[in-house]
Each structure stands twice: as structure tokens, then as C-alpha cells.
Design a protein around this ligand. Structure first.
Ligand code: SF4
Length: 220
């Protein structure tokens, strides 16, 4: 269990490491971020960002996407993988936005996760980055980095989201997630670059060489 002072030091250090941390998915509004985040499943932000300009040119809003021809949509998103499931989910999502939400992205976890292809992580991304509602997305980077530091433990993203949420005021949730994700991508990689990290003082993994998960050791 980290002290409040340690928690503050940790997230301040993450802020210093990753100033301006934000989602790397390019978007202009909540609808575009919802689509981009759905496409990012089993893909990368960079790959999604390659396909979304043409996609958003062709289908600029939920009404247009709802009326999309499946084959055309599949071609546009093919590079992100799982394109058949994603195309079906996108058209279904757009239909519900039009039919139940006046063509708007609803600013609530319950309404977002009722959309096809939208899980809690995707909903948190959209809430926190495009709708002004605190959200704390937990992906594999957040799971790994939070576990190593000793902020939260477990493989269940919802449980880790709850643990992290208790450490910080809601206003800091989204930025905390962004910095943990970037830290996991850039420094606290599967093979961590501890010599480049400003969190060593408060990191359980650095001090002990182990996490709560067995067989995760590194040579520093
Ligand atoms: S000290 Fe090492 S293990 Fe700990 S957060 Fe930094 S990079 Fe990750």
C-alpha cells in the first residue's frame, strides 16, 4: 500500500516523464474517438490513425455510418484487423446512436457499454477524452506498470480501475491512465528501462525485482 505522499510523487513523476500525455488516436469529436477506439482493439493507434482519415471523410457522422455498405466499410478498416466484426459493430453502434441518442455519443458508462463493440475500456477513453466525464481506461500497459510500481494488482481491468480510482480524485483519472499507458509503451516496457525511469524510489519492482505475478524478474 502506497502512502498518499508516495502516490503524489509517482503521478507527478509520470507527468514529468510524459508532459502533454493524451490519447494518440487522432480525432476531432466524440464520435470519431469512439470509432477510432473501437478500431484500436487488437490493433495499434498508429495503424488506426492511418485508416481513419479516409474513413471519416466517407462516413462523417452516425447517420452516414449507419447507412454504410458493409463491404465498403470492411475495405476501409481492413488494415486494423478483425475487420468483419468491427464493421458489424460500427454499423450497429451508429444505428443505436441515431435511433436512441439523437445521433450523439451518450456521456454515460451505462449507455456507452450498451453499444455493440464497446467495452468499459473504450467507454472510459471516450468519456475522459471527448466528453469531459472522468474515465480511467485500463489496458495491458496500465495493468503491468501499476502492478510493478505497487499501485494496483491483478489481471482484472475493472478491479484495477477501482483500485487506481481510489488513489486519485476523479479529475486526475484520465491523465493518470494516459501517463501509465505511455510509460508502459516507452519506458516500463515488458523489459523495463529502469535506468531511464524517475519512479525508482517508489517502485516495488525496482526495489525487489518481483511483482505480484510470479516469474516476472529482470536483470537490471
Ligand atoms: S523503475 Fe523500472 S519497473 Fe519501476 S516503473 Fe520504472 S521502468 Fe517500470
Amino acid at each position: 500500500m502506497k502512502t498518499p505522499a508516495a502516490v503524489t510523487r509517482i503521478f507527478d513523476a509520470l507527468d514529468r516523464h510524459h508532459p502533454g500525455a493524451d490519447t494518440e488516436l487522432v480525432h476531432r469529436n466524440a464520435f470519431e474517438l469512439l470509432v477510432a477506439t473501437m478500431l484500436s482493439a487488437q490493433s495499434t493507434d498508429a495503424r488506426v490513425n492511418l485508416v481513419t482519415p479516409a474513413l471519416f471523410d466517407r462516413f462523417a457522422d452516425p447517420a452516414a455510418l449507419r447507412a454504410a455498405e458493409t463491404a465498403e466499410l470492411e475495405t476501409l478498416i481492413h488494415a486494423t484487423g478483425f475487420f468483419r466484426q468491427k464493421a458489424k459493430a460500427l454499423i450497429g453502434m451508429a444505428a443505436i446512436l441515431v435511433e436512441q441518442h439523437q445521433g450523439q455519443v451518450p456521456p454515460s458508462m451505462a449507455a456507452l457499454t450498451a453499444l455493440p463493440g464497446v467495452g468499459r475500456k473504450t467507454a472510459n477513453v471516450v468519456l475522459g477524452h471527448a466528453l469531459g466525464v472522468p474515465g480511467l481506461p485500463v489496458d495491458r500497459h496500465v495493468l503491468r506498470v501499476a502492478d510493478r510500481i505497487g499501485l494496483a494488482h491483478g489481471d482484472d481491468p475493472v478491479a484495477v480501475e477501482t483500485q487506481l480510482g481510489k488513489l486519485l480524485p476523479p479529475a486526475r483519472w484520465t491523465r493518470a491512465s494516459d501517463t501509465l499507458i505511455l510509460h508502459g509503451r516507452r519506458i516500463c516496457k515488458p523489459k523495463p528501462l529502469c535506468s531511464m525511469c524517475q519512479l525508482t524510489r517508489d517502485c516495488d519492482f525496482f526495489r525487489t525485482g518481483v511483482t505480484t505475478k510470479p516469474k516476472k524478474r529482470v536483470t537490471r
